[in-house]
Design a protein around this ligand. Sequence first.
Ligand SMILES: [Zn+2]
Length: 247
Amino acid sequence: MSHLDPERLALVAVGEALTDAEQQHLATCDACSLELAELEHTVAVGRSTVTLGELETPPERVWDRILDEVRSQPEAAASGIPIDVPVVSSPAVAENQPDQRRTRGRGRMLFALAASIAVVLAIAGVWTFVRTQQPVEIASATLDAFPDHPDAVGTAEVIELSDGERTLTVSIDDFDESDGFREVWLITADASDLVSLGELDGKKGTFVVPADVDLRDFVLVDVSQEPRDGNPAHSGDSIVRGQLEFS
Ligand SMILES: [Zn+2]
């Protein structure tokens, strides 16, 4: 059996499954095993670099070099770039060997090319994934106590996810001595409009900000003490309130 296709090895190194025949060949062929091991190592290095975070976009010159290599391929093959032809020792070898060597030499170039592309794509792909999934803090607020709740203190943080959804996380630290429950609100600066985000269970809660709420208008974050009276309106008994500062 001839050696394994270098392009196949490159794909295997980035995660494709081996066929039975390929597995058998690898078990007996040191050259292919070594090639695969080297490639797997390269891919592993590429991936481990990604987990370090803070990766830059691959520099232009990396792509340029790959493009140069791709462009030079057909010419190189056509112009018969020097390939070291083995000393012919028997007629049988004379028939087979040069062809095989040429395939091998060209395969090596393709293999190197595939390897560099695979690593660059792996890095770029994971980098893009990490970057776009990263939630971004877009605003925060310090929540100050109202006179009736002098010991209360709180914070609010608005996070935007990759799909544009915004969440508001409110933390409040005070003694919850009263009956009823606490409710989180967004209020306009002039208090002409407000929207309830829901009940705050415990000292910390995360709420989805409705898509149609413009936080530049609803800049005040408010936590109120609410009686269980079935009235959905704000009780007027605010515990803490603060204005969002945008990052
Ligand atoms: Zn082999």
